[in-house]
Ligand binder design. Structure first.
Ligand code: WTA
Length: 653
């Protein structure tokens, strides 16, 4: 058995220093790190000055009752005053808040003044419908501007929103409505996806059969498709919000007033309702949007994620708006009507900051570099990645083909629970390494520890922990304080346990190695799925790889890999030898211990709707088990594709 909690296997030598002009004008400098190290609370008190308070807080952190933190507890604020009114009052009402791009090609630019008017109307309408401070409102919407308006309207009156991703089923929606005690739902007739209207309202109707407490459903008309409306319960958004006054005075709430609950799936059991509160969360996302993306006044910022995920909450809505940024918001899929849609949007709006997930990047790699090459991407100056470890090869592809070999790529590690970026390069300071999230951002303290909770040495792997509270941290799990304590604060005393494996390289920089649940144990060596996946993706023929540990009579677990090949680099002569080639490639890159027992070439991989690979299902396949729960699977036909593929190949070479 190896001593390390996780063996540190993969080596990556490429380095990219920050561009000189960016470094010279960067928001965050080496001094920022020094400042935060010297005075933790003082640093956060200073970041709190980025936002406007009704009553300025005199206290920074109250950690007298761990793990229940209070930040800026005696301060009061209205979060939407910070996102809207103050920019209008400062004379920036005409600045565009969002360039909205509908999938069918319809567009709308909404200014800060217009957004304030819309949010004021919706806040008045919700109040009229009886929604009060502390009440919960579910939002089940496509990627349209009204989704932002709905969230902000709730926040403005102190109501708690719970946004449920529009791809979730009626059952998932009902579970969340019930757990959260929701009485009002905001939805739409549908949204546009893959060139066709995709209905949402029928799922709400079905969900509400189980939710008798919901008395009102507001329905935005987006697609115009035929929509059943229940008498008395359902109301068109335009009829209700359209009539309301566009004047609304924001009320200030205590910093620890609840802002939203976002459900995230646990490895077992029912989804966890992550609770964020207004003050600390706003400070955290305002600061990180400014710092991580080096945000400047003339940037055009695009987070290409769904608003239904935490990335959308923090970096489409609250972070950019609090900074008065101009964002792009796109409704649809990246291949509608053609595979260059994202690059066309970047060219059109001169996007300067792009933030997306490695799963998207690997899809673009699969489609081929000649597609982005047709567009002018020279406006880009910062690229971000989030949601999964980014394989070194995907990082380099992103930097080369999207960043034209000059933009820094910031690999941001964080979670629904953390609310804000935690580990990331700072684009004007950090030399980046492809595949590494590098260091905690200034103001955040993390470590990698062994089974006993002791920090590992450089060059070793272990468990990622956060050592000090941070302002945007979750406050609890909705209605379940004990599960909050058990899940995050019980494994290591006084440390937040993130559930991720990580390693420190020889310089002390941090590499994420995937969820601890996914770690494989092969002949007593604990190995990370991420490293072997990255080794596979570093082969020019591979676009995407998923690795799982399947039980094996001799080695305990054996490595099974599923790979998707790239379409832009086909060598027809390779044929079945590709499996042998790839196995040898992993041996060379990492070593014989990491060599997969089986490699299967597949067309697609099973992913959750937020783009994370569902290794559990692949493990079932690798172990020839009946498939487990597939309700969160993005596309159920994928599993048939993989199974068919297995039927026609032995898997062994
Ligand atoms: C993973 C998304 C490696 C990790 C913001 C984490 C990452 C989980 C990264 C949270 C990254 C997210 N490198 N892994 N840059 N970013 N993860 O709650 O396993 O959807 O615990 O939040 O995604 O996912 P969540």
């Amino acid at each position: 058995m190896s001593d390390d909690a996780l063996s540190n296997l993969l080596h990556e030598e490429r380095r990219f220093p920050p561009p000189a002009d960016l470094a010279a004008n960067a928001n965050v400098t080496a001094e920022t790190y020094a400042e935060a190290d010297a005075d933790f609370e003082g640093f956060w008190a200073k970041q709190a000055e980025r936002i406007s308070w009704g009553t300025k807080p005199t206290q920074v952190l109250d950690w007298s009752n761990p793990p229940f933190a209070k930040w800026f507890a005696d301060g009061t604020l209205n979060i939407t005053y910070n996102c809207l009114d103050r920019h209008v009052e400062a004379g920036n009402g005409d600045r565009v808040a969002y360039h909205f791009e509908g999938e069918p090609g319809d567009t709308r630019a909404i200014t800060y003044a217009e957004l304030l008017a819309e949010v004021s109307k919706a806040a008045n309408a919700l109040t009229e419908l009886g929604v009060k401070s502390g009440d919960r409102v579910a939002i089940y919407m496509p990627m349209i501007l009204e989704t932002v308006v709905a969230m902000l309207a709730c926040a403005r009156i102190g109501a708690v929103h719970t946004v449920v991703f529009g791809g979730f089923s009626a059952d998932a929606l009902a579970d969340r409505i019930l757990d959260c005690g929701v009485e009002v739902v905001i939805t739409a007739d549908g949204g546009n996806r893959r060139g066709a209207p995709s209905a949402l309202k029928p799922a709400v109707d079905q969900a509400l059969e189980r939710c008798p407490d919901v008395h009102t459903v507001l329905v935005v008309k987006r697609t115009g498709q035929e929509t059943a409306m229940a008498d008395g319960r359902d109301k068109w958004w335009d009829d209700v919000v359209g009539q309301a006054s566009d004047q609304h005075t924001p009320e200030n709430f205590p910093a620890e007033h609840p802002l939203y609950v976002m459900y995230t799936s646990g490895s077992t059991g029912k989804p966890k309702g992550i609770l964020h509160t207004v003050g600390g969360y706003l400070v955290g996302v305002t600061y990180t949007t400014w710092a991580t993306f080096d945000l400047k006044d003339d940037d055009v910022y695009w987070t290409a994620a769904d608003i239904g995920w935490v990335t959308g909450h923090s970096y489409i809505v609250y972070g950019p708006l609090a900074n008065g940024a101009t964002s792009v918001m796109y409704e649809g899929t990246p291949d509608t009507p053609h595979q260059g849609r994202w690059w066309e949007i970047i060219q059109k709006y001169k996007v300067s900051i792009l933030y997306c997930a490695p799963t998207a990047i690997r899809t673009f790699m699969k489609w081929g570099a000649e597609i982005p090459a047709k567009y002018d991407l020279s406006s880009l100056r910062i690229l971000g990645s989030v949601g999964e470890p980014i394989n070194p090869e995907a990082f380099v592809w992103y930097r080369t083909h999207i960043g034209l070999d000059q933009t820094p790529v910031v690999d941001t590690w964080w979670q629904t629970e953390t609310g804000m970026h935690m580990i990331s390069p700072m684009p004007g300071v950090s030399e980046t390494k492809p595949g590494a999230a590098m260091r905690a951002i200034p103001g955040v303290v993390v470590d990698v520890v062994n089974d006993e909770g002791h920090p590992v040495e450089n060059g070793q792997g272990g468990y990622l922990v956060v050592s000090k509270p941070w302002p945007a941290m979750l406050r609890t799990l909705w209605g379940d304080d004990q599960r909050y304590v058990d899940t995050y604060w019980s494994r290591f005393k006084g440390l937040y346990f993130a559930g991720d494996g990580a390693k420190k390289d020889d310089d002390g920089d941090i590499w994420l190695l995937g969820r601890v649940d996914d770690v494989m144990n092969v002949s007593g060596h604990r190995m990370s799925t991420t490293e072997i996946e990255s080794a596979l993706v570093s082969h020019p023929r591979v676009a995407e790889a998923a690795v799982v540990g399947a039980s094996d009579p001799t080695t305990g677990q054996a490595i099974v890999a599923f790979v998707i090949l790239r379409s832009d680099d086909v060598d027809a002569d390779e044929g079945a030898d590709i499996v042998k080639t790839l196995r040898n490639h992993v041996r060379t890159e990492i070593g014989p211990i990491a060599s997969p027992r089986q490699i299967m070439v597949v067309e697609e991989l099973p992913k959750t709707r937020s783009g994370k690979i569902m290794r559990r299902l692949l493990r079932d396949i690798a172990e020839n088990r009946e498939l487990g729960d597939v309700t969160t699977l993005q596309d159920s036909s994928v599993m048939n594709l993989i199974k068919d593929n297995l039927a026609t190949s032995s898997g062994e070479d």
